[in-house]
Design a protein around this ligand. Structure first.
Ligand SMILES: Cc1cc2nc3c(=O)[nH]c(=O)nc-3n(C[C@H](O)[C@H](O)[C@H](O)COP(=O)(O)OP(=O)(O)OC[C@H]3O[C@@H](n4cnc5c(N)ncnc54)[C@H](O)[C@@H]3O)c2cc1C
Ligand code: FES
Ligand code: FES
Length: 490
C-alpha cells in the first residue's frame, strides 16, 4: 500500500538494526513500521496478513535499553507507527540466522518440529519465538506450555499447525554462539536516546510537563500510546494523521506506584504490566488479563489507552468499575499542570465519549487495593479464548458478612453504549442474604438494567441471558459451590 502523499516530518527516525544505526528522514507520522520495512527499506521478510493487529504475520521484535539490559517485545509492525521505534533496536525474521547460514535456535526448533507450512505466518511465529527465547531461554529458563501458548497468542495459522509450533517453543535450547551481544547495542541506544522530540509532526516528549504542554499547544494532534486502536484507524479506516503526540516515552507515566490504599498505573504502562500489577493484589485477574488480545497487543497497548478509547466492549473498564477505580486527568493551563480525579463509572458520557477536554489527557488509572473480605469475579465471554474481543464482560465485587451482602459493585461491558455500572443490580443484592432467591432477583434486575445490541458477536437476547448466567457463576464461585476454573481445563 503506497502512502506517499503524507506531509513530511522534520525529525529523523533512528533505530538500531543489523549492527548499524538506520537513519531515515521525512518519515510521515502515520507511516506504519511494516510499510517502512517492506516499501522503503525493502526488508520483505516481514509479511502483511490482516493489517489489523490480528494475525501476527507482521510480527517483529523491538528492544529498549533499560538499566543497562535490553528488554525485548514482539510487536505488530502493521499497526505500529514507524516513528514509534525511534531509539530502539529492531529484529526481523531475516536477522536471526548467522551470515554463514547457521540457523538461530528458534529456526532450528521450527525445522525439527515441522512447525512451518507456509511463508506467511512463519516469519511472525518465528519472531514471537525469538522474543520468548530472549526473555526466557537466553536467561537460563526453560519454556513451559503456558509461556509457549502465551507467547504465541497473537499469531494465527490458518491451517491449524499450532501443535508442532508449541512443541518447537517448548523444545528451545540455548545456544551461546547465537546470543545477542547486548553491550554494543545498549551503548548505541544510549546515544540515540539523547533528543526527545517536542515539536514537529511526530512528538515524543519524555517528561510529563513537556507532554502536557505539547497537548495544550496541539489540541488537534492525534494522541497515541500503544497505537493498538489508533493504528487500525490508519490501516483499516484510511485515516490520515498529520501530527501525532506519542506519550510512551514520558518517564513519569511509565511507572506503577504502590500506596497502602491504592495503586496508580501510569498511562504509558503496557497492558501486560498493568494486569500483572492488578493481579498481584487480586490473583483472579491474572487469567482474565491473559484473555485480553494476544501477547504483542498486550506488550504495546496500554491500560490508559483502553480506558480513554472508551469502547463499550473494552475489557479493562468493567473490571476497573467494579474495583471502584478513578482516572486522573491532566492538562497544562495558565503555565502549570492541573489535574482532577474522576470516578471511572462517571467518566463516560456517550458512545466513545468522555469527560476528557481537548487539552486534557488521562495520566493515571487509580485502583483501590482490596479491603478485607472482598470477593471478586471477572468474566469475559468471546468466541476465541484469546486474541478476541468480548461479546460480554462482567466483573462482580462483593463483600459478604454472616451470609449477607454488605457491599456490591458490578461493571459490565458489551451491554450499553459505554462500559457501565450495574447500579440497579447492586441495589438488588445489597443487604440481602447471598442465596438462590437473591441471585434470582439480581438476575432479573440485570436482564432489565441494560438494552444490549445484536451484532456479529452476539444477539441482544444472548447477551441478556449470559449476564444472568455470569451472575450465577459468581454466586456458585463465591459460595464455594464451584471451584472449577474453566481456564485450567484448556
Ligand atoms: C488484535 C487486537 C486485539 C484486541 N483485543 C482487545 C481485547 O481483547 N480487549 C480490549 O478491551 N481491547 C482489545 N483491543 C483494543 C486495544 O488493544 C486496546 O483498546 C488498548 O488498550 C488500546 O491502548 P493503546 O495504548 O494501544 O491505545 P492507542 O491506540 O494508542 O489509543 C487509543 C485511543 O485512546 C486515546 N488515548 C490513548 N492514551 C490516552 C491517554 N493517556 N489520554 C487520553 N487519550 C488517550 C488515543 O488518543 C486514541 O484515541 C485489541 C486490539 C487489537 C489490534
Ligand atoms: S498483518 Fe496481521 S497482525 Fe499485522
Ligand atoms: S503454516 Fe502458515 S497459515 Fe498455517
Amino acid at each position: 500500500m503506497n502512502r506517499t502523499l503524507h506531509p513530511v516530518t522534520e525529525a529523523p527516525l533512528r533505530f538500531w538494526h543489523r549492527n548499524a544505526m538506520v537513519e531515515r528522514h521525512h518519515v510521515p507520522p502515520d507511516r506504519t513500521l511494516l510499510d517502512l520495512l517492506r516499501e522503503n527499506l525493502r526488508l520483505t521478510a516481514t509479511k502483511e496478513g490482516c493489517a489489523a493487529g490480528d494475525c501476527g504475520a507482521c510480527t517483529v521484535v523491538v528492544a529498549e535499553a533499560v538499566d543497562g539490559r535490553l528488554q525485548y517485545r514482539a510487536v505488530n509492525s502493521c499497526i505500529k507507527p514507524a516513528q514509534s521505534i525511534d531509539g530502539l533496536a529492531l529484529w526481523t525474521a531475516a536477522d536471526l540466522a548467522r551470515p554463514d547460514g547457521t540457523l538461530h535456535p528458534v529456526q532450528r526448533a521450527m525445522v525439527a518440529c515441522h512447525g512451518s507450512q507456509c511463508g506467511f505466518c512463519t516469519p511472525g511465529f518465528v519472531m514471537s519465538l525469538f522474543a520468548l527465547y530472549q526473555r526466557t531461554v537466553a536467561q537460563g529458563q526453560a519454556v513451559d506450555s503456558h509461556s509457549a501458548h502465551e507467547a504465541l497468542s497473537g499469531n494465527l495459522c490458518r491451517c491449524t499447525g499450532y501443535r508442532p509450533i508449541v512443541q518447537a517453543a517448548c523444545s528451545l535450547q540455548a545456544d551461546a554462539a547465537q546470543a545477542v551481544d547486548e553491550t554494543p547495542i545498549v551503548a548505541a541506544l544510549r546515544q540515540l536516546a539523547v533528543t526527545p522530540q517536542t515539536d514537529g509532526d511526530y512528538l515524543r516528549p519524555s517528561t510529563l510537563p513537556a507532554l502536557l504542554q505539547a497537548r495544550a499547544k496541539h489540541p488537534t494532534a492525534q494522541l497515541i500510546a500503544g497505537a493498538t486502536d489508533a493504528g487500525l484507524w490508519i490501516t483499516q479506516g484510511l485515516r490520515r494523521m498529520p501530527q501525532i503526540i506519542d506519550l510512551t516515552r514520558v518517564a513519569e507515566l511509565r511507572r506503577v506506584e504502590h500506596y497502602p490504599q491504592h495503586i496508580a498505573i501510569g498511562a504509558a504502562v503496557n497492558l501486560q504490566d498493568a494486569f500483572e500489577a492488578l493481579a498481584a493484589d487480586r490473583p483472579v485477574i491474572a487469567p482474565f488479563g491473559e484473555r485480553f488480545a494476544g501477547w504483542p497487543v498486550r506488550q504495546s497497548g496500554t491500560l490508559g489507552g483502553n480506558v480513554a478509547n472508551g469502547s463499550p466492549i473494552g475489557d479493562s473498564m468493567p473490571l476497573l468499575i467494579a474495583l471502584g477505580a478513578q482516572v486522573v486527568l491532566m492538562a497544562w493551563r495558565k503555565g502549570r499542570a492541573v489535574h482532577r480525579h474522576v470516578p471511572l463509572d462517571r467518566f463516560y458520557t456517550g458512545y466513545r465519549q468522555s469527560l476528557l477536554a481537548p487539552d486534557e489527557l488521562l495520566a493515571w488509572v487509580v485502583a483501590p487495593r482490596p479491603a478485607p473480605g472482598e470477593w471478586l469475579g471477572v468474566y469475559k465471554v468471546s468466541k476465541r479464548q484469546e486474541d478476541d474481543i468480548s461479546a460480554v464482560c462482567l466483573a462482580v465485587q462483593l463483600h459478604v458478612e454472616g451470609g449477607r451482602i454488605t457491599a456490591a459493585r458490578i461493571g459490565a461491558g458489551g451491554v450499553a453504549a459505554t462500559p457501565a455500572r450495574a447500579v440497579k443490580t447492586e441495589t438488588a443484592l445489597i443487604g440481602q442474604p447471598w442465596n438462590e432467591a437473591t441471585l434470582a432477583a439480581a438476575q432479573q434486575a440485570i436482564a432489565q438494567e441494560f438494552s444490549p445490541l445484536s451484532d456479529l458477536r452476539a444477539s441482544a437476547d444472548y447477551r441478556r441471558q449470559i449476564l444472568g448466567q455470569l451472575l450465577r457463576r459468581a454466586w456458585l464461585e463465591s459460595t464455594g459451590h464451584n471451584t472449577v476454573r474453566l481456564e485450567t481445563l484448556a
